[in-house]
Design a protein around this ligand. Sequence first.
Ligand code: IMP
Ligand code: MG
Length: 168
Amino acid sequence: MLIPEDQVRQRIQEIAEQISKDYAGKDLHLICTLKGGVFFMCELAKHITIPLTMDFMCVSSYGNTTKSSGVVKITKDLDEPIMSRDVLVVEDIIDSGNTLSYMLEMLSDRKPASIRLCTLLDKPERRRKKVNVDYTGFQIPDEFVVGYGLDYAQRYRNLPYVGIVRFE
Ligand code: IMP
Ligand code: MG
């Protein structure tokens, strides 16, 4: 166990409060990256007190299951245009930053009014591409983690806490 359930929920509530303040008077559009971001986005959205809409996108990197290769493909695009909207991308984790930098660049090309990034977890030690993170739940050490949406080979997403995988 790395981060217990009550701490995750507490932190998400704090971020939701901050987002509600920062976007007061605006029409917030949340974009969740599937599948890992789903648990975080649902919990976050429930605690945001301003009007919002949501959309989903699936971007995955080729390669093995514990390291991203830097080659990214869109397997599900957004349903709606984001032009002139205030977009907040909601991610499970930022590791090398490869996936995110690619995705943010592509979304920026669609001319949103603003685009910011919110992540539950951040592994800053492993960053290879610079990404500007606006809201971070927790900075964590360089460990492979699961739970709260994060998987190892598609398993353990449903754990209500964040745990470290020990490879024997
Ligand atoms: P990046 O492109 O290296 O930043 O990797 C981003 C994606 O890799 C995340 O959205 C996750 O899907 C996956 N990932 C990175 N680190 C972990 C981890 O510790 N556990 C589970 N998935 C991870
Ligand atoms: Mg992901």
